[in-house]
Design a protein around this ligand. Structure first.
Ligand code: AMP
Ligand code: MG
Length: 409
């Protein structure tokens, strides 16, 4: 058996970030920037008010109090989106709405809550405003010339908003990888068709397609391939032409019908590994032309865990991410993690909770490699090193594959 880290490094060594493309900002959420972005303009573009209220000269409000207001002359009304058409002179105020530019002469905003009106032309100011109060400076968010994003930054929704705020309409990014997903097996049936003796439903196909989508990639659904080497070979060659990476399930163990192994050894420079982990011991990896192919095991839990450990990091590298891995936290074992020494690292499916005492973890159900329902309940994979397990209260390293559950305890 080979060490996980060694096999993972071999897979990742064969994967390079996809060549950058230019896309409109409507299409870049979640993608990785492939150029630095500097601001060509100020955000906000002009000084403006953070509050609805009155634009005033701060000096005119000195001494104003709740019970001893200062009265100013209202000389205008300024909603957002309009340029000021007048200025604020001594003893004057302009009514102003959030986002409107600061009129000439004014240097402070008195929030409307600190004012009262007794007629259309006057306003009572019930609190003094210091110079600059409630004014957002031009360039206060981003100043023209600022380095805003480095190449390699992940474009989260706020980053897309920042690009829009700067008037950037197109950026260079690593494209969303196109990933072919193929389930193999003569026993597989899609959908709700009645099962003949010996048949099972194809759970890996829909599951792996969902995992690929969740990893931010475009799914190319290749359906089911039968355990037929010629047909599988044709399907894989075609997929290698059209896609950036191929993920298959099944056909990689040591059985007679392990067709993925057989075909990859002909066309894909097969590296077949017995990885020292449980579940997901067998892994087939290859490259068809220039397209990497990750052959996950057929047992559904194994396929999922293997996807997490090998395919997801590879997809993230294709997409240009520097950070390939899930976060790992140290949790307290809320129940025993009993196991026997077998030369393997175990990846137990767990529910991770986050409470005042930190993270805790317990198994999410039966740990068989076919028990997908326990995988579905899990938000973490506990990394249990070879040995005799972890007792209650002991430390457990957990890869978070979902959000921890919050507990009040
Ligand atoms: P294999 O590695 O192809 O021998 O598959 C190992 C186990 O996983 C067998 O019990 C298969 O029936 C099962 N299996 C393989 N592919 C799938 C699939 N797409 N969905 C559900 N179970 C599968
Ligand atoms: Mg099979």
């Amino acid at each position: 058996m080979r060490r996980l880290e060694e096999v993972r490094a071999e897979v990742l060594a064969a994967v390079r970030p996809l060549a950058p493309v230019r896309l409109t900002i409507a299409a870049v959420a979640g993608l990785v920037l492939a150029e630095p972005i500097a601001a060509a303009e100020d955000v906000p573009p002009f000084a403006n008010t953070a509050m609805d209220g009155y634009a005033v000269r701060a000096v005119d409000t000195v001494g104003a109090e709740q019970d001893a207001p200062v009265t100013l002359q209202v000389v205008g009304d300024l909603p957002a989106g309009r340029a000021p058409d007048g200025s604020v002179g001594p003893g004057e105020a302009i009514r102003i709405m959030t986002g409107a530019p600061i009129p000439v002469g004014a240097d402070a905003i008195v929030p409307v809550e600190r004012t009262s009106r007794d007629c259309a032309t006057r306003v009572q100011i019930h609190a003094a405003a210091g110079p600059g109060a409630h004014i957002r400076a031009a360039g206060g968010d981003v100043a023209a010339g600022d380095a805003v994003f480095a190449s390699g930054a992940v474009l989260n929704p706020a980053a897309v908003g920042v690009l829009a705020s700067l008037g950037v309409v197109e950026v260079a990014v690593h494209p969303r990888p196109r990933v072919a997903v193929l389930a193999t097996g003569d026993e597989l049936v899609d959908g709700d068709a009645p099962l003949a003796p010996g048949q099972i439903r194809n759970s890996n196909g829909p599951m792996v397609r969902a995992l690929v989508a969740e990893a931010g990639c475009e799914v190319v659904d290749l359906g089911i391939a039968r355990d037929d080497e010629a047909a599988l070979e044709a399907t894989l060659l075609d997929a290698a032409d059209r896609c950036d990476l191929i993920v298959t399930t099944g056909g990689v163990s040591v059985g007679d019908y392990d067709v993925v192994k057989a075909v990859l050894s002909r066309i894909g420079a097969l590296v077949w590994s017995q990885v020292a982990i449980k579940p997901a011991k067998p892994l087939a990896f290859g490259v068809i032309g220039a397209t990497p192919i990750v052959g996950l095991p057929g047992n559904p839990v194994s396929a999922h865990v293997s996807f997490e450990l090998f395919a997801r990091p590879a997809l993230r590298r294709l997409a240009g991410h520097g950070d390939l891995d899930r976060p790992v936290v140290t949790a307290t074992a809320a129940a025993p993690f009993t196991r026997r020494a077998d030369g393997k690292v175990h990846f137990d499916r767990v529910v991770v909770a986050l409470g005042p005492g930190g993270f805790s973890a317990r198994r999410s159900g039966e740990q068989g490699s076919n028990v997908l329902s326990a995988m579905a309940r899990a938000n973490g994979l506990a990394v249990i090193p070879d040995g005799d397990g972890v007792a209650v209260g002991g430390p457990v390293r957990v890869m978070l594959i979902g959000d921890p559950v919050s507990v009040a305890d």
